[in-house]
Ligand binder design. Structure first.
Ligand SMILES: NC(=O)c1ccc[n+]([C@@H]2O[C@H](COP(=O)([O-])OP(=O)(O)OC[C@H]3O[C@@H](n4cnc5c(N)ncnc54)[C@H](O)[C@@H]3O)[C@@H](O)[C@H]2O)c1
Length: 105
């Protein structure tokens, strides 16, 4: 994928650490970014910060161990941004690809 601007990235575990770094980098490329995390307070703070920087972001609470929250993540992403171009399975505790309707790997 050569052009990132306007495309959509979903990052799990995005409220801190490596996931947040991925999310911030994708946003800096002009991507829509869905930050998904289990920690409401940390997620809200990071989403608010990115919005203040005029990034196009959405925060969604997920627990990657719970499939129904991943289905909600997929639905809310499609509803807001229409598609998923990058899935960054950073929280790494469940097989996300199948639930998100994407090929593994
Ligand atoms: N930091 C390292 O040195 C290192 C080394 C090798 C692998 N990893 C792996 O890389 C990934 C990110 O590392 P990190 O150090 O940034 O992780 P971290 O422990 O800082 O967690 C990152 C985020 O994931 C969220 N999270 C935890 N469980 C979750 C769940 N079930 N559902 C949704 N979100 C959840 C946390 O709230 C946190 O905001 C992890 O999968 C980790 O195992 C990290």
């Amino acid at each position: 994928m050569r052009e990132f601007s306007g495309k959509t990235a979903v990052v799990t575990g995005a409220a801190s650490g490596m996931g947040l770094a991925f999310a911030r980098r994708f946003a800096a490329e002009g991507m829509n970014v869905v930050l998904a995390d289990i920690e409401q307070e940390a997620l809200d703070a990071q989403v608010q910060q990115l919005q203040q920087e005029e990034r196009n972001v959405l925060g969604v609470i997920v627990n990657t161990m719970r499939r129904e929250t991943l289905e909600d993540l997929r639905e809310r992403t499609i509803e807001r941004f229409g598609n998923i171009h990058i899935l960054c399975n950073n929280a790494g505790v469940a097989s996300l690809e199948d639930t998100m309707g994407l090929p593994a790997g």
